[in-house]
Design a protein around this ligand. Structure first.
Ligand code: UDP
Ligand code: MG
Length: 327
């Protein structure tokens, strides 16, 4: 199979207002960098707007475009994984559809890769056009994550990056369902370097990461890379064991002094505190158990419904499905 030199992979969910501009800017950058040897893989993650229609049109007029339609909304990380499974380039450039991450950084990233890096990732210096809450939560999340996990996941880094074929091949072999791709790439190791940049505001549309998705993503990140939360059960056990000893001493003293009737408030507080701690610990265990359960089903990570591409060299849907179910 002929490999194009560069694959650009972009997951898109309800991005109808931005996808043409994305195509224009990415095409200009790729042509400047590698001439014609590139493919642009646009993955439609079950959008409910006109995103897929526009993608099909683009694939019809530009043979560099490979439009991939997932069967439903699978979420950002799985849509990206689908694109990474399909792409054929020797180098793979990942970016978001909203143009918050400038494709114009590609030449700099390519140079770094020429110097021998396997992964060149964009590191955000500043974030434009995002709410103070989003910035604060992202800031706290990356720092908390680094305290919890055992590998070094770079801070303030999204999935915006250039990766070598061998790094993507390793990533594609990781079968986990709850994917935190930037962490999985860090896990691979090899030479990875940062290119600092200022993150722009969205070109169009709204963020597709509301608070509920952000929380789920953060839990995936922590549970995917650390079992430290499970250990918390033991720490809490020790803490409450010591507290109980102190309380017993206090209760006994009061017993011998004859003040045995008081204490309803403290009793109620102790019961509530212990009850909530136990529920919390059970919840943490449930998170891990649930993930183990979902993983044990061995389902494919995503389902591709259709691939549209005017370049006949590529991507038959049947080939895709077999590859997918094998993953
Ligand atoms: N996205 C996706 N599926 C989803 C949610 C988001 O493919 O379920 C895509 C989205 O179209 C965008 C990228 O993932 O290209 C990042 O999403 P977004 O820009 O909304 O996240 P933010 O930059 O606000 O964190
Ligand atoms: Mg964005």
């Amino acid at each position: 199979m002929i490999r194009s030199i560069l694959s650009v992979v972009v997951p898109c969910y309800n991005e109808e207002d931005g996808v043409r501009e994305l195509h224009r800017r990415v095409s200009a950058v790729c042509q400047g960098c590698v001439g014609k040897a590139y493919e642009l893989i646009l993955v439609n993650d079950g959008s409910s707007d006109a995103t897929w229609k526009i993608m099909r049109e683009l694939a019809g007029v530009d043979k560099h475009v490979v439009a991939v339609n997932l069967s439903r909304n699978h979420g950002h990380q799985l849509a990206l994984s689908a694109g990474l499974q399909l792409c054929r380039g020797e180098r793979i450039f990942i970016l978001d559809a909203d143009l918050q991450d400038p494709p114009e950084l590609l030449p700099i990233m390519m140079e770094r890769m020429d110097d021998g890096c396997d992964v060149v990732f964009g590191q955000r210096l500043k974030r434009e056009g995002e709410t103070a809450f989003k910035k604060a939560s992202a800031f706290t999340f990356y720092r908390l994550l680094n305290r919890m996990v055992d590998i070094d996941i770079p801070r303030d880094t999204g999935d915006f990056r250039l990766m070598s074929r061998r790094a993507v091949d390793i990533l594609n072999r990781m079968p986990e369902h709850h994917r935190f791709i930037r962490g999985m790439v860090s896990w691979i190791g090899m030479r990875q370097e940062a290119v600092p940049y200022e993150r722009a505001a969205r070109f169009a549309g709204e963020t597709k990461y509301p608070l509920s998705k952000m929380i789920r993503f953060a839990i995936d990140a922590i549970t995917g890379f650390s079992v430290r939360p499970l250990r918390m059960a033991s720490y809490l056990g020790i803490f409450f064991g010591i507290a109980t000893l102190l309380l017993m001493a206090y209760v006994l003293v009061h017993y011998f002094l004859g003040h045995t009737v008081e204490g309803w408030t403290s009793l109620a507080v102790i019961i509530l505190a212990l009850g909530s701690v136990q529920l919390f610990v059970a919840g943490v265990m449930g998170e891990y158990l649930g993930r183990l359960y979902m993983q044990s089903k061995g389902r494919p990570l995503f389902v591709i419904q259709e691939v549209v591409c005017s370049n006949e060299l590529v991507h038959e849907a049947s080939h895709v499905s077999s590859k997918v179910s094998a993953s």
